[in-house]
Design a protein around this ligand. Sequence first.
Ligand SMILES: Nc1ncnc2c1ncn2[C@@H]1O[C@H](COP(=O)(O)OP(=O)(O)O)[C@@H](O)[C@H]1O
Ligand SMILES: [Mg+2]
Length: 388
Amino acid sequence: MDPVRNPYSPGAGRKPSALVGRNDVIDAWSVSLQRAERGKTDQPIILYGLRGVGKTVLLSRLRRDAETRDWITVQLEAGSGRALREMVGEGLYGPLSDLARPSAGKRLLRALKTALSFKASYDTTGTWNFGVDLSGATGGAADSGFLLTDLGKLVRDVSLAASEDGVSLALLIDEAQDLSSEEIQTLAAVMQSAATDDLPVLFALAGLPSLPQTLAEAKSYSERFRYSVIKKLDSDGAREAILKPARKEGVDWSADALDYVVTTSGRYPYFIQQFGQETWNAATGAAIEFEDARMGVAVGQGQLDNGFFRARWDRTTAAEKQYLRAMCPEGDDGVGSGEVANRLKRKGRSLGPTRANLISKGLIYAPDHGVVAFTVPGMAGFISRQHD
Ligand SMILES: Nc1ncnc2c1ncn2[C@@H]1O[C@H](COP(=O)(O)OP(=O)(O)O)[C@@H](O)[C@H]1O
Ligand SMILES: [Mg+2]
């Protein structure tokens, strides 16, 4: 098929031509958006799951839904080495400057002044100019240095400013497991008090399967948050994710080609997109046939090995590689960390640092006490194919 018209989109965070199987989360968010506009605040939404299941694209969809309703939206990704304070501040600058106008109401002026002081709290050299005279405005003082105070104030003033226009603030944070423990604690507290005070703000966090546990350790009231595990697609969803993009281009899949990609992808969205893309490119006839799928999956597998998997494998040390290899017999399922130690003929404690590094690199997580599992589906299979 014409590669120019290829409708599949493998890649971290790349918007799929058809986002399928996530209506429960999208609908719940839509209800929350409408409730917030009527002054009723809901608890944060927490999306968690393995790599490649579609957390980032779902989070981006939630952001767009808020944007469509003219909300003030900020979407951030933790783990880049930047502090939460700076990411929130810089993320708000654009939306706030769009709003700033000489006729701004009291609440907006207040939010702008607070945002300026928040900026000053992490950046002593730069400043913002909203082109509005703020000398008479109240607000400011979001530069105490205490993240809880400053972030709480910023969220309050900006969300109240948004409500002046009948909208609210949406703050979305991806890879939230990478926030520092101080940041996650503060965020949990800010999110909780925003809900208690009925502030017009909604939060959505996305992260690895360890995220609920991380939040639970941070604050006891995190059990009130709304958790959604994002999983591989069900069988109908996987079919739709493959068929729908092709049909938009007027192309059909034969039943056996479709079955083959559904099965070999394990119904993981990332793999569906990768195999779909290569199968499309391999096809030469009017429709997509089984032989095209066989070829596409083989090529796609090679690309995953060289990209999706290898990128992570190459970031590990020799000792970490050994640890990961010892986890492989269980495949994608978890294994006791004691058993890993046995296999390596080591004492469990001495492997603690290796295990901790692998967790902080986001390659493994602890689904249960004393258990480790891969965060990347298919990683065990990939490792078994590596000989270095
Ligand atoms: N619901 C879905 N339907 C179809 N494709 C999806 C879906 N969710 C994600 N994808 C695709 O899967 C890949 C990984 O998505 P991403 O959001 O980056 O996953 P994660 O953030 O969980 O690692 C992307 O190529 C994306 O287009
Ligand atoms: Mg992601």
